[in-house]
Design a protein around this ligand. Structure first.
Ligand code: AMP
Ligand code: MG
Length: 359
């Protein structure tokens, strides 16, 4: 962060006009969205967007998502919208879907990390929408965490990451989804998922014409920028694409504690082994799906901090909050049950693998 700490204002959800004015004046505002808390700046103000990277410690090659409310603002952000992308927005906007489109001239280089494409989302959260409407401009907003750390999904987490680094934080309820948006792009006549999220492969496949493939671009392809697999970015000159979604190659989502993944049938054996290995007072966080792997009889060791989720939606919503809780209660290891890779389980698994340093 350049310069001395800022005196960060805390606003409540009725003070979105003030948040909008700060954004219009080139300031930084953290606000709740349905996915995670976002760190916003005027997407047409290069200096303000540069300040986002400083506040987060974000690498300059990781582009920002631009958020809009008014469909008429789409042309301020994207130079064109192909029919498949239009269809996806018609079905899933407002909501947790980000589309990568050719970039409009008014979007500064710093936002797109120099790419000829830009990522756009219409958030659904009423407070996010009120802040963006009050700003009267498209708002670039990555997750409001320090780079590499889990995204904040409630006010306390956003405050811990960003107080002293931003002009204001709007207090809201915990985020409903709890995972970052799905990022997708249309390449020719197929759809690529660059980052999985609450809008799943299955949901996208249901609304596109039969025969349009929906493929998840693996982290490996993303990290090597395999043009054979992905083709050039929309709107970019023909030729090798650099990296389809640059953000996915950086270290991500990691708590202080070591994250160990376990299949359903292995969770309790893994916990028991770690308990018997654990030196002294070291604690172990366990995140599991209810009724699948926790013994129903016998005492659970007092060093185990167990959270069970009733559904995969709850797992997604609680994942980053649990990471924070386990760090705060001094856990050195977190054992996380691997969900099935269907529906939002696939996005949870993606974040868990990154948190565990596997990708
Ligand atoms: P965050 O806002 O921190 O949730 O991260 C934004 C994500 O969107 C990162 O994974 C970026 O790589 C991705 N992204 C943003 N702009 C583009 C773009 N123009 N092309 C591909 N991916 C993008
Ligand atoms: Mg992020």
């Amino acid at each position: 962060m350049a310069g001395p700490p800022l005196n960060t204002l805390v606003l409540d959800s009725s003070q979105t006009e003030i948040a909008g004015r700060i954004l219009r004046d080139g300031g930084l505002v953290v606000f709740p969205t349905e996915t995670v808390y976002g760190l916003g700046a005027d997407a047409q103000n290069s200096a303000a967007c540069t300040a986002i990277f400083a506040a987060k410690g974000r690498p300059a090659d990781n582009p920002l998502i631009v958020h809009i409310v008014d469909p008429a603002h789409l042309e301020l952000v994207a130079a064109s919208v192909d029919p498949l992308s239009r269809r996806l927005f018609e079905r899933f906007a407002p909501g947790p879907l980000t589309l990568v489109l050719p970039r409009a001239a008014g979007i500064p280089d710093v936002v797109t990390a120099g790419l000829e494409s830009v990522a756009v989302r219409f958030p659904a959260h009423p407070v996010a929408r009120a802040v963006i409407s009050a700003a009267g401009t498209p708002v670039a907003a990555p997750s409001a965490n320090r780079s590499g750390r889990p995204s904040p999904t409630d006010f306390d987490a956003a405050w811990d990451h960003m107080h002293g680094r931003v002009d204001a934080i709007v207090r809201g309820e915990p985020s409903q989804v709890g995972l970052e948006s799905t990022v997708a792009r249309v390449v020719g006549s197929r759809i690529e998922l660059l980052r999985e999220g609450a809008i799943t492969t299955e949901m996208i496949a249901e609304v596109v014409p039969a025969g349009v493939p929906v493929v998840t671009v693996s982290s490996y392809q993303a990290s090597v920028g395999s043009t054979a697999a992905t083709g050039p970015l929309p709107g970019s000159a023909a030729g090798p694409a650099p990296v389809p979604s640059p953000g996915v190659r950086h270290r991500h989502y990691q708590p202080d504690a070591r994250v160990v993944l376990a299949a359903t049938g292995e969770v309790w054996a893994t916990v028991s082994r770690l308990v018997s290995d654990a030196a002294g007072r070291s604690r172990i966080g366990v995140l599991a799906v209810s009724g699948r792997c926790i013994p129903t009889s016998g005492a659970i060791d007092t060093r185990v901090d167990l959270v069970t989720c009733m559904s995969l939606d709850e797992y997604a919503r609680e994942l980053y909050r649990c990471f924070r809780r386990f760090d705060a209660t001094g856990c050195s290891v977190i054992v996380a049950e691997m969900p099935e890779p269907t529906g939002i389980g696939s996005a949870i698994l993606d974040r868990l693998r990154r948190a565990a340093g596997q990708v």
